[in-house]
Write a protein that binds this ligand. Structure first.
Ligand code: ZN
Length: 246
């Protein structure tokens, strides 16, 4: 590893950390809008189910109302027939039929009342759901508007950063590049770290003197035996070449 490779590594890490921060901000923005969007979908589907239920109740109501109307007409016929019947046996059979029909109608009327109550409950729920859907929808639109510009600029900055980091990374040897990229992923964005006073500044472990002597000569790279970060020599008085030295 020569001086220019050390510089390249340090510059690459600065760009990669910047990209990483922007990606995190973008993910946070998308998560926020995404959460509101799925909430909106859930409420919309709840409202659709309630509407369907309401339609079913309404259809059963119509069915029962028609049945009651038919029954009223038939009851009128039965009463007229009863007035004309001279045979006691036939009359009492018809009277019995009328009593049974009355009971049946009373049950139908009871069911109708229940259906009307159900219908009103569903209408109340639906109104609340529609209000929620409207409020969440407005929130989604507001979020989209507020974060839309930031989202777009983050995307283009990330894209530009990637192009820049690729051209830098291409200057590194294959082994060094792979090593750097692996450690960058594993060590949360700090892959290159300074050696100061014989310590790795990434994990603060004391390095064997022969190791930091080798690093000080600067002609080959070595990794910290404890945190695996790529070590670069840095006299104690200077700032680390790589971003983030804690
Ligand atoms: Zn270390």
């Amino acid at each position: 590893m020569d001086a220019s490779e050390i510089e390249t590594l340090a510059a690459l890490q600065v760009i990669d950390r910047r990209i990483k921060d922007k990606e995190a901000e973008l993910a946070e923005l998308e998560k926020e809008t995404g959460g509101q969007r799925s909430l909106l979908e859930a409420k919309e589907s709840e409202a659709a189910t309630a509407r369907e239920e309401h339609a079913q109740v309404a259809s059963r109501r119509r069915e029962l109302e028609a049945k009651l109307q038919d029954e009223e007409a038939r009851m009128k016929e039965r009463r007229m027939l009863l007035g004309r019947l001279r045979n006691d046996k036939e009359a009492s059979a018809l009277q019995r039929e009328i009593e049974i029909a009355k009971e049946t109608n009373a049950r139908v009327e009871e069911e109708l009342l229940t259906l009307i109550e159900q219908s009103e409950t569903i209408e109340g729920n639906l109104k609340a759901l529609d209000d929620e859907v409207r409020a969440i929808g407005e929130n989604v639109a507001r979020l989209g508007e507020a974060s839309g510009g930031r989202t777009r600029s983050l995307r283009s900055e990330i894209e530009a950063g990637r192009i820049e980091r690729e051209s830098l990374a291409a200057r590194l040897g294959g082994t060094l590049r792979r090593r750097y990229e692996q450690v960058f992923q594993r060590r949360d964005g700090i892959a290159v770290i300074a050696v100061t006073d014989g310590h790795c500044r990434g994990c603060n472990v004391t390095l064997p003197p022969q190791m930091w002597n080798k690093i000080r000569r600067g002609n080959e790279f070595d990794s910290c035996p404890s945190c695996q970060r790529i070590l670069v020599w840095q006299p104690a008085a200077e700032a680390p070449p790589a971003a983030g030295g804690s």
